[in-house]
Ligand binder design. Structure first.
Ligand code: DQA
Length: 158
């Protein structure tokens, strides 16, 4: 656990969005809703401020390696990762190994309920190495994950 200059534990959050999430707003809105990725990030930024987070940063990438590098670089830099790995959820052993390799806790997020969709989406290869999974609540999946992350960090700092 990192300490800031006041000796308080820090609450620095990294939000990672995987492939095709840059198309939110126009991409299959009946499944993913009509909010754009920018709107989701704005809602998270606002909630993070209300909850007293020290920092929240965002990265969307369509490239597996870029997300792997972001996870590796989160070591010692962030206190929690909120990850919607999108399609990579279902097959990326590289992402799973990156998550397992770092001490930073990760919450897995999905806008849709992956368990009531096609068979191939029901399997998450990252689920065994994340702290927990929130899916099926649209933008509220992200908001709930943020609230849980901040609450956990607050409890740890007491
Ligand atoms: C998703 C679900 C995945 O199965 C899909 O490939 C996505 C988005 C979601 O947020 O519901 O791209 O992660």
């Amino acid at each position: 656990m990192e300490l800031n200059i006041d000796g308080m534990n820090t609450k620095r959050i990294l939000v990672l969005h995987g492939p095709n999430l840059n198309l939110l707003g126009t991409r299959e809105p009946e499944i993913y809703g009509s909010l754009t990725l920018t709107a989701i990030n704005d809602a998270l930024r606002e909630r993070a401020k209300e909850l007293g987070a020290d920092e929240i940063n965002f990265l969307q990438s369509n490239f597996e390696g870029e997300l792997v590098t972001a996870i590796q670089n989160a070591r010692g830099r962030y206190d929690f990762i909120l990850l919607n790995a999108a399609a990579l959820t279902h097959y990326s052993v590289a992402l799973r190994d990156a998550i397992a390799a770092i001490p930073v806790p990760v919450i897995e997020i999905h806008l849709s309920n992956i368990h009531k969709r096609e068979e191939f989406r029901r399997k998450s290869v990252i689920a065994p190495v994340v702290m927990g999974q929130i899916c099926g609540f649209g933008v509220d999946s992200y908001i709930a994950a943020l609230e849980i992350a901040i609450r956990k960090l607050q409890r740890e700092s007491k």
